[in-house]
Write a protein that binds this ligand. Structure first.
Ligand SMILES: [Zn+2]
Length: 487
């Protein structure tokens, strides 16, 4: 999220769904179950797509005993085994009396057990990585993203990791002139396919060297940083070579009287890299970057802490979406975009939206999670669901569509009211070209723009899943149904 520079107060300058229940079968021919109505679409190991001729009504029960229904199949039991594993046990009860048990785990195995009633179809399959990719696989990738710099306008190190991760998940991947990544996953629709752009900014906040005095580095912020939390933070100075450093404050008595009482402001903070002044001067120049050099920490309760979770948590959510789309049919083309420069200019998303000219767009960014003294309507409980943006920047039709879908999927979704500029890529996309209907999905995050931001992995997963379901449900004529109607 974009913060107003210098200010301490953040400024947010900011149908019906079609459930194509696609999955892979190991056996080399059509699904053996005799069905009556065509509904869900399956693929076998040879990538042969075939349809289940039957309505496939899901009734879901999660671990908390809350039943919920899909318009389309089965009985699902979900349990989160631990912070790194997500286990789905799905008992499917189909109309023609066969029962399926799916066990999805974080391992590469997916067991698909057809048991019963109709002995003709009773069998047991064990597949290797053919069906749902477990969502918590995302943790190592997200942690790797938090271990690199990629400051706003200098996104290279993050872009490299994202490109490697996305390559096998998309059909094509290129970089924009500003350094945003454009990844295309083609849809299955015929003829001219509409396209949806999903934007997640990959740039991070950090510091830039402004002055070098006696071997100590003075710095200014890249993105909005609360300087009160900086002293004591390990950093990496990206000079001629990378130099570890620490952010320090001068001894209190050396500061002017006026600066002693309150938190020490950025002008008085220094980076010490431990070298003699002449050596520092030979390795570091004004304009060099300084990034946080702290490792992510897994906290109890499936919570991850680290710098740059704004907005690499959203990059992770988009990655989950792309993984989910490997086993879902979608008619629309999907542009997965990792945007540059959001924290400073929101120019990466603006230029990508112009270039790609999508029919609609969704930006994903973090939003404020509730914490002590952040409990009002602008903050949302962490780990309790996603947020859906509502306000001038965001299209009310898309809001309604996402809200209905989230309700169907039993994904808690709170309205994130942003009457003015949303302070996100959603703004620059919405006003690109002749105007692009745009939506904003949010992941609640504590301690925004610090080196110890916090998110719940579960919320990251929820955003990824919601997005994948939205995309796979887009019909050819969806655009023609979009009207600006805030009722
Ligand atoms: Zn931000």
């Amino acid at each position: 999220m974009l913060f107003a520079r210098r200010g301490r107060r953040f400024v947010r300058t900011p149908t019906r769904q079609h459930y194509a229940n696609s999955h892979f079968h190991q056996h080399g021919r059509c699904h053996p179950i005799p069905h009556r109505q065509s509904n869900s679409i399956h693929r076998n190991q040879h990538n042969y797509v075939h349809a289940h001729r039957q309505r496939n009504f899901h009734n879901h029960v999660n671990i908390h005993g809350q039943p919920y229904a899909f318009p389309a199949a089965d009985l699902h039991l979900y349990s989160v085994a631990n912070s790194n594993r997500y286990t789905d046990i799905n008992l499917h009860t189909l109309a023609d009396a066969d029962q399926h048990a799916d066990i999805h785990t974080n391992s590469i195995l997916h067991s698909y057990n057809h048991s019963v009633a109709n002995p003709a179809i009773a069998n047991l399959h064990t597949f290797s990585k053919l069906n749902h990719k477990p969502m918590t696989d995302i943790l190592p990738f997200l942690k790797s993203l938090l271990a690199v710099s990629g400051l706003s306008a200098y996104e290279g190190p993050a872009a490299h990791l994202i490109e490697e991760k996305w390559k096998p998940l998309v059909d094509d991947i290129t970089a924009s002139r500003l350094g945003s990544l454009h990844a295309l996953k083609r849809g299955h629709g015929k003829g001219r396919r509409p396209s949806v752009m999903i934007a997640t900014h990959m740039d991070a906040i950090g510091l830039m060297v402004t002055k070098i005095v006696d071997g100590f580095l003075h710095v200014d912020e890249i993105g909005g940083i609360d300087s009160r939390i900086l002293p004591g933070t390990p950093v990496m100075v990206h000079g001629k070579q990378d130099l570890p450093g620490v952010i320090v404050i001068p001894p209190m008595k050396t500061l002017p009287e006026s600066a002693r009482e309150d938190a020490i402001g950025l002008p008085y903070l220094l980076v010490d890299v431990g070298l003699l002044p002449s050596k520092t001067a030979s390795l570091v120049r004004v304009g060099d970057l300084v990034s946080f050099d702290t490792q992510p920490v897994e906290l109890a309760g499936d919570i991850l802490s680290g710098h740059s979770l704004d907005n690499r948590a959203s990059v992770a959510a988009l990655t989950i979406c792309l993984e989910e789309l490997q086993t879902k049919l979608h008619r629309w083309d999907v542009w997965a975009v990792a945007t540059a420069q959001e924290e400073e200019t929101i120019g990466g998303a603006a230029t990508s939206a112009f270039d790609l000219h999508p029919d609609l767009a969704v930006a994903i960014d973090v939003t404020f999670a509730k914490s002590p003294s952040a409990n009002d309507w602008q903050a949302f409980p962490m780990g309790k669901g996603v947020t859906l943006g509502w306000g001038a920047n965001l299209h009310p039709f898309l809001y309604k569509n996402f809200k209905e879908l989230a309700d169907k999927l039993e994904i808690p979704a709170a309205m994130d009211i942003t009457p003015a500029h949303s302070g996100t890529d959603a703004y620059s996309i919405q006003v690109a070209r002749e105007g692009i209907p745009t939506m904003l999905l949010g992941i609640p995050l504590r301690y925004m723009h610090t080196s110890v931001e916090l998110v719940a992995i579960k919320d990251v997963q929820r955003v990824g899943r919601l997005l994948a379901e939205f995309i796979s449900g887009l019909e050819d004529d969806f655009v023609s149904k979009i009207v600006w109607d805030e009722e």
